[in-house]
Design a binder for this molecule. Structure first.
Ligand code: IVH
Length: 702
């Protein structure tokens, strides 16, 4: 029987009818899947899916989160940009975060973007809002810092907060000045833009690569990323890269009052500027979009949409940001490009929690300039729903620029001897039974600890950036150590150096290793012998315990011993310990269940005990980052506000750490009352809650 699959109804943006249980499960799968694709795209320059498919995943995630705000996960993709930097380069903390852009997929989305701006700023119908429109370049974003006109540092975006230091490489790009020309530039100027490779230069590079037996790049973007992230700058220098500036980060003096003014100043200092056009209306921006789309095949570089930006910089400032993207800009993506290819084989990947993910291995095909050879099929139900079979001809689709999704199977081209894909009943890695629980979409290997694939995935998670963050230990190295039998469980990592001393073939003599890389790894491991409790808990890879939950647990219980003790006590449903655990805001029954199950499992107890022998686990110390006069206060806005719209007021208060409530109660700290405030003001007065005028409020928050 085919199970109804409410989960990966990927093409159906409807969230009506989705139960909270299914929504939670789908959000979990989406978080894992999006994070995996982020890594492939940002760290390995090897995307598995097109941008279109990726966008669909993100859109689906946002739709569900909007429908079920209480289910937003700690590791929600909406709160993240890209992936953490990979090792090999030193890290650069961006003084102003490098964020991403929201997407518009059709004219309506663009109209809504413009309407939202008007609403937020409280503008009248006749007030003109100039929008600067420019192509969205498909390359790699980069921040270049000039001090007193001299190029001093360049960094990749990384995860938006911390990027990689690629100064030496950026200096090899011919069109980027080492010294600004002209005059009047600020002492500190961080220019942001896109490093890209022109199409003709990309073709030349691939021809060259082929002649020397090198690997061909799938598309210009990957070629640009691969070239920029060479540890040896002389290799970057030999690759033909270009740069267009379109934004800025830290500046010691403002660049002007409008984007157009700022752009012409950047240009006057010798920086290459991404061409664009100032538009005055929705019609204007859409005309620009259609014009560029028509010219797209003839452009010398790849673009994947148009970016619209509010021209007035004071408005940009007021509009601010929401999670990972500015309210004052949006990317209008170009529609999908489709192609037909053959699905050669379906293979299965086994994840950390034993989830079996089917992957479609395709006859490689170029779709819009990108060679596509794999696509995820998500899960068993997805295969059944689309009746995807090996040997089928399928339509795949990419929007904008990188990722493919399977749109449909061409049934009239199906080979006669075709049979439905028999989803494995056993794990392909360890042979244990694979089961799909009732109501679950995921099929899981039940092999648990004996499954090598799960063990490797758990180890990868343990050393990953948000857990132990061990430099020099990527997926490849973990696999290598595991296959050599050198590490089976996390504690073995910290015994590696000692073991190596007595080894017949020391690590430095093993293929892929050298003296330097081996020593670097051992010293990286040494520095992680002291670890924060939150990272430790996260690193254990307990199902549902993401980074934020790990922090919550660390904050609440302070020590690992205490957490272990609580996990023992909570088996008694009447215990105070259980009540205390469930009272933590952000921890629900299902999460608590996973936590208890984890610590109750004897093997996990062994893993934790072995780690305790190797490590010093530090108590969690809370960082107080948001220290404004209204942090933690509950504020209610009422009446007609003069200087800001309700949305703007709310966003500002929240950005300062306040909670904004819709009604007044004893718990309200401040009521900000505008003109004609009615019942809420009365209630505040009767409860003795502090009432502020708009002016008082501005004074309070500065
Ligand atoms: S403006 C606050 N303009 O697209 C972010 N971004 O998908 C301001 N991109 O991270 C970005 N062309 O790397 C902007 N003309 C353009 C762009 C552009 C490409 C990239 C940029 C951004 C990503 C978002």
């Amino acid at each position: 029987m085919t199970k109804k699959n409410p989960t990966f109804a990927l093409f159906n943006p409807e969230t009506e009818g989705l139960t909270p249980e299914h929504a939670a499960k789908e959000l979990k799968i989406l978080a894992e899947e999006i994070s995996r694709h982020d890594k492939l795209y940002y760290q390995q320059d090897e995307p598995e899916v097109t941008d279109a498919e990726y966008d669909i995943l993100r859109r689906r995630n946002t739709a569900i989160e909007q429908h079920f705000p209480q289910l937003v996960r700690d590791d929600s993709p909406t709160s993240k940009v890209g992936a953490a930097p990979s090792s090999g380069f030193s890290k650069v903390k961006h003084s102003v975060p490098m964020l991403s852009l929201g997407n518009a997929f059709d004219d309506e989305d663009v109209a809504e973007f413009l309407a939202r701006i008007r609403r937020f700023l409280g503008l009248g119908k006749d007030e003109r809002v100039d929008i600067f429109s420019e192509p969205k370049i498909d390359g790699l974003s980069c921040s270049i810092r000039y001090e007193k006109g001299v190029l001093v540092q360049a960094a990749t975006r990384g995860d938006g907060a911390v990027g990689e230091n690629i100064t030496d490489n950026v200096k090899t790009i011919a069109c980027i000045p080492h010294q600004l020309s002209g005059s009047g530039y600020p002492d500190i100027l961080e220019v942001r833009g896109e490093v890209y490779m022109r199409r003709d230069r990309f073709q030349e590079l691939n021809t060259n690569q082929a002649s020397i037996g090198g690997k061909a790049f799938a598309n210009p973007r990957n070629a640009a990323a691969g070239s920029l992230r060479q540890l040896d700058p002389s290799i970057t220098a030999a690759r033909p890269l270009d740069f267009y500036a379109y934004a800025w980060g830290e500046v010691s003096d403002p660049l002007g009052q409008s984007l157009t003014e700022a752009r012409s100043r950047l240009e006057s200092w010798g920086l290459p500027i991404n061409p664009g056009e100032l538009c005055a209306s929705l019609d204007d921006v859409l005309k620009f979009y259609r014009g560029v789309m028509a010219d797209r095949p003839d452009l010398d570089h790849e673009i994947d949409g148009i970016v619209y930006k509010v021209n007035r910089l004071d408005w940009q400032e007021r509009l601010g940001f929401v999670s990972r993207a500015p309210r004052w800009a949006i990317a209008h993506k170009f529609p999908a490009e489709q192609a037909i290819t053959r699905l050669n084989e379906i293979t299965i990947q086994v994840g950390r929690t034993g989830a079996l993910t089917p992957v479609a291995n395709l006859e490689p095909i170029t779709v819009g300039g990108v060679v596509v050879s794999r696509a995820t099929l998500h899960n068993r139900d997805e295969i059944e729903r689309k009746d995807v079979r090996e040997g089928d001809s399928i339509v795949i689709q990419r929007a904008g620029d990188v990722i493919p999704q399977v749109v449909e199977v061409l049934l009239d081209k199906r080979p006669e001897n075709s049979t439905p894909y028999p989803f494995p009943t056993h794990c392909p890695e360890c042979g244990s039974q694979a089961t799909q629980e009732d109501g679950e979409v995921v099929t899981r290997c039940t092999g648990g600890l004996i499954c090598p694939a799960q063990a490797v995935e758990r180890l990868k998670h343990f050393v990953s950036r948000n857990a132990f963050d061990i430099e020099g230990l990527g997926d490849k190295q973990i696999k290598f150590f595991f296959e050599q039998g050198l590490i089976k469980s996390p504690a073995d990592l910290f015994k590696l150096a000692e073991k190596d001393k007595n080894s017949l073939i020391p690590l430095r003599n093993q293929p892929g290793w050298g003296r330097q890389s081996a020593e670097k790894l051992y010293s990286a491991l040494e520095t992680k012998r002291t670890i924060g409790l939150d990272r430790f808990i996260f690193g254990l890879g307990i199902p549902q315990i993401g980074q934020a939950t790990a922090k919550l647990l660390a904050k609440t219980y302070a020590t690992l011993d205490r957490i272990e003790e609580v996990a023992r006590q909570v088996h008694d449903p009447e215990s105070d310990a259980l009540q205390e655990l469930l009272a933590i805001d952000g921890i629900g029954a299902s999460m608590a269940g996973d936590l208890i199950a984890f610590f109750g499992e004897p093997h996990n107890q062994e893993v934790v005990a072995a780690l305790k022998e190797q490590l010093t686990i530090e108590e969690f110390i809370l960082e107080v980052s948001n220290n404004s006069p209204v942090t933690g206060k509950t504020v209610v806005f009422t009446g007609k506000l003069q200087t800001m719209s309700r949305d703007e007021a709310k966003a500002k208060a929240e950005s300062l750490g306040a909670k904004v409530a819709g009604s007044v109660s004893k718990k309200t700290d401040y009521v900000v009352a505008g003109a004609d405030a009615g019942s809420k003001l009365k209630k505040a007065e009767s409860l003795g809650v502090t009432v502020l005028t708009e002016e008082d409020w501005h004074e309070l928050v500065g």
